[in-house]
Ligand binder design. Structure first.
Ligand code: MG
Length: 366
């Protein structure tokens, strides 16, 4: 099988209602997508967090065999493609092609599924421009509980008053049995993260995500040690195995959250997973993107074993983005949806989805 064509797309979906995490207001959902054609007629799809240079991509990919995906990854990284978030898109598309050529889902190429439905957490609860933010957040959280989710995640990092008021109100509304994580998106310095974390820990939180800078090894360690009863999660912004090395080996996190479209695709994320497991850390992939990244993350997450395996392991929770994004809900002909709080794992070849080209063209921009 040889690569015959490469097409790059930049997609933008305008939101009906803007929302914010601790760092920014989101008005559009954007994505960088690659489509790779082969002489066998198979087409592979991938998504990366950074824009692909179309002509350079063609130069390096035309005539190559998708089964040389690790070799291609290394060649792209060596030839000036320092941006692993762009290489990620190519890698995901090559694994999609390999699966389609062999008529196997990617989870089988990765060594087999540990689970065929993944317990999900509802990832939402952003800040919005509303008259009563607390009431709106409580309503949203209650909706997730009513839909069968056993876990939810809320955006914090918005100041100690906002965080404590809203986390307390939501915990009271959902009761004790639902796992409740919070995510500060690197919105705090170390001292503030510790002060806020101590207050929030009273509400029985499952983890505190990105309390401080994404690359701050010492800062994350300090927060983790100070908040000994509250697990620290992070890693969604890190690119490549080396970026994870010190974070994992020095145990800056309890839970490692690589993103397939940022960290380097299946090829690199398998290595990051192995490094984390060797250090006794849980791996719960981060997911924030289109139907392509959702499908890819489902394939990988299905294969990650419980560590240790037992009769009642910690749940391997899938991050299911509940916010508005037509690129996630419309780009696949049959979108992946949760059922009673679980994500079913598609068994079709490759990523297990078909792309709706009308939707792709509708949201393509220059
Ligand atoms: Mg996050």
């Amino acid at each position: 099988m040889k690569i015959t064509d490469v097409r790059c797309y930049h997609l933008s979906y305008p939101l009906q209602e803007a929302f914010a995490n601790s760092r920014t207001w989101v008005h559009h959902r954007t994505a960088h997508v690659v489509e790779i054609h082969t002489d066998s007629g198979h087409i592979g799809w991938g998504e990366g967090m950074a824009r692909l240079p179309q002509e350079a991509t063609k130069t390096h990919l035309l005539g190559r065999d998708p089964f040389d995906s690790r070799r291609i990854w290394l060649d792209l990284a060596e030839h000036g493609w320092g941006n692993i978030a762009a290489i990620s898109a190519v890698d995901i598309a090559l694994w999609d092609l390999r699966g389609k050529a062999l008529e196997l889902p990617i989870y089988q190429l990765l060594g087999g599924a540990s689970r065929h439905r993944i317990p999900a957490y509802a990832s939402g609860l952003f800040r919005r421009e509303r008259a009563d933010n607390t009431a709106a957040l409580v309503d949203e959280a209650q909706g997730y509980a009513d839909a069968g989710f056993g876990a939810i995640k809320m955006k914090v990092g918005q100041g100690i008053g906002y965080d404590t008021t809203n986390v307390g109100a939501i915990r009271q509304a959902i009761g004790k049995d639902i796992l409740f994580a919070v995510d500060a998106n690197c919105g705090y310095d170390v001292g503030t993260a510790i002060a806020v974390g101590r207050r929030l820990a009273e509400h029985d939180l499952y983890w505190f995500e990105e309390p401080v800078g994404a690359n701050d090894v010492a800062g994350n360690i300090e927060v983790r040690q100070a908040l000994s009863s509250l697990p620290i999660a992070g890693g969604e912004q890190l690119q490549g195995l080396t970026a994870f090395r010190d974070m994992i080996s020095q145990r800056a996190f309890d839970i490692v959250q690589p993103n397939l479209s940022i960290a380097g695709g299946f090829t690199e994320c398998q290595r990051i997973e192995a490094l984390a497991q060797a250090h006794g850390l849980r791996v719960l992939p981060h997911m924030w993107g289109t139907a392509i990244r959702l499908a890819a993350t489902v394939q990988w997450h299905a294969t990650i074993p419980d560590e240790p395996e037992g009769i009642s392991p910690q749940p391997s929770l899938f991050e299911f983005d509940m916010t508005e994004n037509g690129l996630r809900t419309q780009l696949a002909c049959e979108p992946i949806k949760t059922v009673d709080g679980y994500v079913p794992v598609p068994g079709a070849p490759g990523l297990g989805i078909e792309i709706n080209r009308q939707v792709l063209e509708r949201y393509a921009v220059q």
